[in-house]
Write a protein that binds this ligand. Sequence first.
Ligand SMILES: Nc1ncnc2c1ncn2[C@@H]1O[C@H](COP(=O)(O)OP(=O)(O)O)[C@@H](O)[C@H]1O
Ligand SMILES: [Mg+2]
Length: 255
Amino acid sequence: MAKVTVENLTKRFGKVVAVNNLNLEVRDREFFVLVGPNGCGKTTLLKLIAGVLRPDSGNIYIDDVLVNDLKPSERGVRMVFQSYALYPHMKVYDERKYSNLTFALKIQKYLTDKIKSIVHQVAHEVGIERKLFDRKPNELSHGEKQKVAVGRAITIQPKVFLMDEPMSNIDPPSRVKMMKEIRRLHDELRTTTIYVTQNLTEGVALADRIAVMKDGTIQQVGTPDEIINHPVNEFVADFIKYYDYTAHLQTFGRI
Ligand SMILES: Nc1ncnc2c1ncn2[C@@H]1O[C@H](COP(=O)(O)OP(=O)(O)O)[C@@H](O)[C@H]1O
Ligand SMILES: [Mg+2]
């Protein structure tokens, strides 16, 4: 459980300012959604919070602790990347060897019995069937890969869970199911979650609060209702045309 505070954060790639003097506070236990067009800096912001990228300036706090100089593994943050980034040569689960679901636990030198009980619990929570345990990532569907990526991220209970467009490779019928699973998992674990999507309807269906991003800056932070009904500027007002009320009700339902 943790809050995340981002203070005057800037990250440049050459002349591109991917994240531009950005300020943000994500509350403890919140399901926070970041939306914005392609290239607005969403992935960069998540990577800065995860610690796989270093900022040019600014600060990141997790529960009021400055984490700028902490390694990714020391931050208590886990990220599910858009590409899943599973270990291709490893099985989903192997009791004795390194595998996708045991890797982090083995690195942290958990005992075999403990590993077994954690993995079975996680597999149950995320819905990874036992028949998938022996498979390698290239033998899994997109939906199955995504479940393993989510499962792997929660084996060591993170303080903060970062998800980068986790639905982008999932076919629409499975997408609704996965979204419900992710929201249910959040309601159960209450891990502070920052979830990135380009799909505003998906964001509205999932979020406690939403931030709309443009050109490395946050334009507005608010509840889904505030964003949709009270946009603060022209950019947000234009962006909400992508919100599909009918799809929200008919497809996503009440998530
Ligand atoms: N490793 C990188 N090297 C150079 N430019 C990058 C790199 N990563 C991102 N960028 C640039 O930074 C900007 C923000 O990218 P990104 O954070 O991936 O946006 P989003 O996830 O919102 O689509 C884009 O202009 C992108 O081209
Ligand atoms: Mg991205």
